[in-house]
Design a protein around this ligand. Structure first.
Ligand code: ZN
Length: 349
């Protein structure tokens, strides 16, 4: 009987099916039974056409039912197999671990720390102070009384409410335009000898362009003692330039003007980009200005109560962004503030 053959095939299939456990074994079983070529149940269905018409109907129904049952069983087994054991290639424990992305210090922080390290090695103390400053520390005590034309050199950002001062008046507050106020704050609290640097943020009403930012970073330096001379200033800053650029760089001191130093100078170093021959970084002069400096003006000592007939000293101030531009050969200061990781990952000491 035809039904007998369907029944035998079903028994055979049901005996074989449980042993197929992996996706590959299930696929092999599916090919054997349901494959388009030579699948046992495919052959069974094909054979119906050659049967007697009386047999066809019942045989056709039985064999189609078996085929459907076999598909359901194989589908269920495959689903179980995939759920129980994900494909081997989903987790390869021999692959090297993915390296976590490491953060790093910002280039400007790295430059500031480099400056600090050089001066600390020379025995300087690193101090810090308020970014909101009063008129006395930012201007007046630095030999820039009200109406002094030098105040116009710095576009000051004033805060709206003046603060009470000890003598009963009210003083203007502002965002400090330079770190030089820290000279005053330190000397008010300490007697000579003084040997400090004061790094910090300063603010000016400037455009945000390739060479200016309304906020930038300065490092102030101050040395006071008996017998400090211009020679000490030059020797100290030459040694700094050599350490900072890690090379024997040519330097030159150019006369300049600051109200709180006399004489005043600017320190230029030979351009690292062209070795002094001239390029776009140095505007074809072969020299790059890195800091302003000078001998402390006696009026500044008078303002803090130091004896200006006994003590002398020198002060200097440098912009961290400017130094970073020189060091990295970058020509747009804004790159340090835009936090583009492609840039930040490239510039590293
Ligand atoms: Zn150059």
């Amino acid at each position: 009987m035809a039904d007998d053959s369907v029944e035998r095939l079903q028994q055979q299939f049901e005996a074989e099916a449980p042993s197929a456990r992996t996706p590959a074994e299930i696929k092999a079983l599916r090919d054997k039974w349901l494959g388009r070529k030579n699948g046992a149940l495919t052959e069974l269905v094909k054979s119906i056409a050659s049967k007697q018409p009386a047999e066809r109907q019942s045989l056709g129904a039985a064999s189609n039912a078996l085929k459907k049952l076999a598909e359901q069983i194989l589908d269920a087994q495959l689903a179980n197999a995939l759920a129980a054991a994900p494909p081997r290639d989903a987790l390869d424990v021999t692959l090297p671990a993915r390296r976590p992305a490491l953060g790093r210090r910002h280039p400007l922080t790295q430059v500031r720390e480099r400056v600090e390290d050089i001066f600390m090695a020379m025995g300087y103390q690193v101090i810090s102070g308020p970014e909101i400053e009063d008129d006395w520390h930012n201007f007046e005590a630095l030999n820039m009384p009200a109406e002094h034309p030098a105040r116009d050199m710095q576009d000051t950002l004033y805060l709206s409410s003046p603060v009470p001062v000890p003598d009963g008046g009210r003083a203007a507050t502002l965002l400090r335009t330079h770190t030089s106020g820290m000279q005053i704050r330190y000397m008010e609290q300490h007697e000579p000898p003084v040997r400090i640097i004061a790094p910090g943020r300063v603010y000016r009403r400037d455009q945000f362009d390739a060479t200016h930012t309304p906020m930038f970073t300065q490092v102030e330096g101050l040395v006071v003692d008996e017998g400090i001379s211009l020679g000490d200033l030059k020797g100290t800053l030459n040694a700094f330039a050599e350490e900072f650029f890690d090379a024997r760089v040519a330097t030159r001191f150019r006369p300049s003007f600051f109200p709180y130093t006399e004489p005043s100078a600017e320190l230029d170093v030979e351009c690292q980009g062209c070795s002094g021959r001239g390029c776009h970084l140095c505007k074809h002069t072969g020299w790059i200005e890195i800091l302003g400096c000078g001998m402390v003006h006696p009026a500044v000592f008078d303002a803090v109560g130091y004896d200006s007939t006994r003590f002398t000293g020198f002060a200097f101030g440098m912009g961290i962004e400017r130094l970073a531009l020189r060091l990295y050969g970058v020509d747009d200061i804004r790159m340090f503030y835009e936090n583009d990781l492609r840039f930040l990952e490239q510039v590293s000491l």
